[in-house]
Design a binder for this molecule. Structure first.
Ligand code: AMP
Ligand code: FES
Ligand code: ZN
Ligand code: ZN
Length: 325
């Protein structure tokens, strides 16, 4: 297979685009496409300070790399969840983020910005790791993923708001988005479908705008970018993700993609079009939100938000300490 641009040996063939590229041209193509998506979907501008949530994985580190090379004022944020899983998962992930930052700074390839990495260690701040909180509460039926998602959303919002960032960026790729879409479609969860989008506006006081600039790249493309660019990342999935429905959905969708290249991308883009046309609009019931009594983030429940309620059973006042972030 030859590169369409120069005729050299291709490193990747993207069947959904009928496009094969060599390493050099793939490293050009990914940032060009990312820039195109940022503009097309009105994600952010070069003047804004951007907070990239980095997990140490291929998607978010590649995304931070691309945004910095494109000249965006992008800082990183790593949330230490205290997950071991026999592979020292959280510490390894953190190390990958620090390594990435040291590496890119030493390469002199960033036009203007001096990036920093914010690190929030959940156990240090709140007194318990994610698996500990999950074991103490009934949320998530023994699996920490639901507690973990809640804590990550809260911390991301808080760091974005307190740091004065205009926009919060995550590394979700097309495979992530399509797996969620399939799950929401199987249950016809119109409320979730309405809220699934590459750009979620900051339409409530205290919430940061959330965007996913990589949402049109397949997972194998972000992995290839990290590999060709020489970005070290954590290969392991979170140990708690094993056997999850979203992984099962990804496998099914990949099987379909094999037989019908482009089916994943079309499924998602056609969904976005239907959503734009108002297919789920009647679900947009107005939910009255108030500020949480303790942390100030918007909540639909009176009094404390779900995050603050998580720590109620604990003796130490972790949420108070969190204001140091
Ligand atoms: P996941 O939910 O693990 O598929 O991750 C989706 C996105 O959330 C990643 O691409 C990151 O942008 C962000 N993310 C996940 N875990 C963390 C973490 N521990 N710290 C910061 N950001 C994270
Ligand atoms: Fe949070 Fe797996 S439980 S990343
Ligand atoms: Zn080429
Ligand atoms: Zn709260």
């Amino acid at each position: 297979m030859k590169c369409r641009k120069c005729g050299h040996e291709a490193v990747i063939n993207m069947r959904q685009h009928k496009l094969a590229l060599c390493g050099e041209h793939f490293l050009e193509w990914v940032p060009e496409q990312t820039q195109r998506f940022i503009e097309k979907y009105g994600m952010f501008t070069p003047d804004e300070r951007i907070l990239v949530a980095v997990s140490g994985g291929k998607d978010s580190l590649s995304l931070w790399d691309v945004l910095l090379r494109l000249g965006y004022k992008a800082d990183g944020m790593y949330i230490g969840l205290g997950i071991d899983g026999g592979v020292d998962y959280s510490s390894q992930s953190h190390e990958m983020c620090e390594k990435f930052l040291a590496n890119i700074k030493s390469q002199n390839c960033i036009p203007t910005w001096q990036p920093t990495l914010h690190v929030v260690d959940v156990a240090q701040l709140y007194g318990e790791t994610i698996p500990d909180v999950a074991a103490r509460t009934t949320r998530g039926r023994g699996k920490p993923c639901s507690v973990c998602g809640l804590v990550k959303r809260h911390v991301m919002n808080r760091v974005a708001r307190d740091g004065g960032y205009g926009v919060l960026v995550t590394g979700h790729n097309l495979d992530d988005e399509v797996a969620v879409l399939l799950g929401n479609t199987l249950t016809w969860n119109a409320g979730y479908l309405l809220r699934q989008a590459p750009v979620l506006p900051a339409d409530k006081p205290g919430l940061a705008r959330k965007v996913k600039p990589f949402f049109r790249f397949y997972e194998r493309e972000t992995a290839a970018y990290a590999l060709v660019r020489g970005i070290e990342y954590i290969y392991d999935e979170c140990p708690f993700a094993e056997g999850s429905t979203s992984i099962a959905h990804k496998e099914i969708l990949n099987q379909m993609e094999k037989d019908s290249p482009g089916v994943k991308l079309r499924f998602y883009l056609d969904f976005l079009r239907a959503r734009e046309q108002g297919l789920f609009a009647q679900q947009a019931a107005h939910v009255e939100l108030s500020a949480c009594d303790k942390c100030g983030q918007p909540t639909s429940a009176p009094g404390l938000c779900a995050f603050c309620r998580l720590w109620e059973g604990k003796k130490t006042d972790g949420v108070g300490q969190a204001s140091q972030v």
